[in-house]
Design a protein around this ligand. Structure first.
Ligand code: SRM
Ligand code: SF4
Length: 569
């Protein structure tokens, strides 16, 4: 097949001179707030998405102005760990170069929103001065490697974190395009030099994601990733990882060839081989993933096309050693544990609830100011969770009371003011910045969770934790298909309702009813809550109850994702 027959995105990266394209010219073009069209594809590899304020579109069109172009910038932050100085550095530029907020994402990193073109270079240079970067945070490469955040197991957390960093470094794209474009480095590459020994000029067919869980906790939803690594502990040490392959959430409504898929556990590798193993798996996807249809280009479809036996053979070939048999493990809990905990080394950790991960100074809660004050006196680290929350980690006995004073002063620990439902909910960004949003998500979650909690209280289950996930479209950035209750946006005010995942991230939910408004969502949930209150077994979760009671039937194949259990009407 010639390059011309490939999708545009594939052609652009191949002809981009290793991701340089005309990005520097685009930045120098002051006649527009946008990048040149082809550079908008390449900028993703550098961690940037060109967006426009969707609420201003019509007004600007009428005024014959170009859209209000702006950028989202996402950091590469493996394992979601940063120092207080880095925190202060990010906080400092949130007003100067962005919209005054820091947004914690479902993959343990930060996004800046509303960055204008002229601020991109200064922002990335500032990140560089903090020892941070945005290389490969988006684009057809390995994305931010996420890892279990578990203060109780800090010795092993440190090992898991090290592996996350090593995998991130190994699978990072290498050309100097990043330094030349953003850090003004003079070009030094010689003609014909292979600048991407692993990716080559083709990069990957699509985005690629790696996560590491430390059982029984599964706060990173390990099976939602292209590679899910499940740490295996023996005698208190991590001896290796079970590998699960082919997870992914994204799908398109009405396209039955697209579907969410949980990663399939295929085998075990010893700890010292895990980084090589990830490289081998990414190489299999690089060489065999679909390049002609981007809707079919994720690793999950490569595996479903060729089969898991084929995968295991390729793995043995590329890695040089076959996978060992899977070891036993249990994944039980994908939520965060709020409040103070103490680890086996006597260090304290405070997990704070950050609604939808949005950190700004709200009228009622000066969240950014509060966290800045903590960063000024904290000598440990900050850890971001995959549930969009924040851990003030590694606090000494001496520091603990000073930090608690700030928490009290600013009212940071909502101490149960928010319902358990709200504290465990996640939502994606959606409007006004996300170009793919079909319905509200982040901005709707507070009102929605309050109404659902009201129903739960009326049924006598207001104190229960039920995992609620809301995404503004079917792409699944809030991992909705792993929610006990989930909504995915269809149109303004209309959602698909999914029910019945478990709380350990082991089972996908199913489409219950499609394209419904809030009144119908609440009407559907009310009798289910009442039944759950009456009939559940001790310690049974809502999703598990819906399965056991037959409300949600087992999932028989990918097509189920497009067939509601309850017909419209
Ligand atoms: Fe996502 C695209 C936000 C986690 C699946 N995602 C987008 C874009 C960039 C929209 C776009 O393409 O124009 C969103 C930017 C919105 C904005 O204004 O900020 C966006 N995704 C997010 C974040 C910020 C959601 C959040 O509120 O936290 C998360 C950033 C993660 C990070 O730090 O790297 C985010 N996205 C996810 C996840 C969850 C995960 O990885 O654990 C998924 C599902 C897992 C998966 O990849 O299958 C996810 N995002 C997608 C998809 C569907 C991919 C697919 O296979 O079909 C898209 C659309 C696409 O890639 O074409 C997408
Ligand atoms: Fe945007 Fe859809 Fe992702 Fe939400 S799920 S951030 S609406 S792409």
């Amino acid at each position: 097949m010639s390059h011309d027959d490939l999708p545009l995105a594939e052609q652009i990266k191949r002809e981009s001179r290793y991701l340089r394209g005309t990005l520097r010219d685009s930045l120098a073009d002051h006649a527009t707030g946008a990048l040149h069209d082809e550079d908008t594809h390449l900028s993703k590899f550098h961690g940037l998405y060109q967006q426009d304020d969707r609420e201003l579109r019509e007004e600007r069109r009428q005024q014959k102005l170009e859209p209000h172009f702006q950028f989202m910038l996402r950091l590469r932050l493996p394992g979601g760990v940063l120092t207080p100085d880095q925190w202060l550095g990010l906080d400092e530029v949130a007003d100067r170069f962005a919209d005054g907020s820091l947004r914690l994402t479902t993959r343990q990193t930060f996004q800046f929103h509303r960055v204008f073109k002229e601020n991109l270079q200064p922002l990335i240079q500032h990140l560089d001065s903090l020892g941070l970067d945005s290389r490969g945070a988006c684009g057809d490469v390995n994305r931010n490697v996420v890892a279990n955040v578990n203060p109780h197991l800090s010795a092993n957390h440190a090992r898991v974190y090290d592996h996350a960093v090593q995998i991130s470094e190994r699978l990072m794209w290498r050309s100097r395009a990043y330094e030349e474009t953003w850090l003004n480095e003079a070009p030094k590459t010689r003609e014909g030099e292979e600048e991407e020994p692993f990716y080559t000029y083709r990069y990957l067919p699509r985005k690629f994601k790696v996560a590491i869980a430390l059982p029984p906790h599964n706060d990173c939803d390990v099976l939602a990733n292209d590679i899910g690594l499940i740490a295996i502990e023996e005698d208190g040490d991590i001896v290796g990882y079970n590998i699960a392959v082919g997870g992914g959430m994204g799908m398109t409504y009405g396209e039955t060839g697209t579907y969410p898929r949980l990663a399939s556990p295929v085998g075990f590798v010893p700890a010292d081989q895990v980084v090589d193993a990830c490289e081998a798996i990414a190489a299999i996807q690089r060489d065999h993933g679909c390049r002609t249809d981007r809707a079919h280009a994720r690793f999950k479809y490569t595996l479903d096309d060729y089969g898991l036996d084929w995968f295991k053979e390729r793995f043995a070939e590329v890695h040089g050693t076959p996978l060992e048999p899977l070891r036993d493990y249990t994944l039980k809990d994908s939520g965060d544990q709020f409040g103070w905990t103490e680890d086996d080394r006597g260090r304290h950790h405070l997990t704070l609830f950050i609604p939808s991960g949005r950190i700004r100074d709200f009228e009622q809660l000066k969240l950014r100011t509060a966290l800045r004050s903590i960063a000024k006196i904290h000598s440990g680290e900050f850890r971001i969770t995959c549930n969009q929350n924040l851990i003030i980690a590694g606090v000494s006995e001496q520091e603990k009371s000073a930090i608690q004073k700030l928490v009290d002063h600013y009212g940071l620990d909502d101490g149960g003011k928010s319902s358990p439902l709200a504290r465990n909910a996640i939502s994606c960004v959606a409007f006004p910045t996300c170009g793919l949003a079909m319905a509200e998500s982040e901005r709707y979650l507070p009102e929605l969770s309050q109404k659902i909690h009201q129903l739960m209280s009326e049924a006598g289950i207001g104190g229960e934790v039920i995992q609620l996930r809301v995404s503004g479209c079917p792409n699944g950035c809030a991992r909705p298909y792993l929610g006990e209750i989930a909504l995915t946006g269809k149109a303004p005010g209309k959602y698909n309702l999914y029910l019945g995942a478990d709380t350990g991230g082991n089972r996908l939910n199913r489409l219950y009813r499609e394209n419904i408004d809030e009144a119908q969502i609440l009407a559907d949930l009310k009798p289910l809550f009442e039944r759950f209150a009456r009939e559940r077994d001790a310690d049974e979760g809502f999703g598990d109850f819906l399965y056991r009671s037959g409300v949600i039937r087992p999932y028989s194949g990918p097509e189920d994702f497009h067939q509601p259990l309850i017909a419209r009407g």
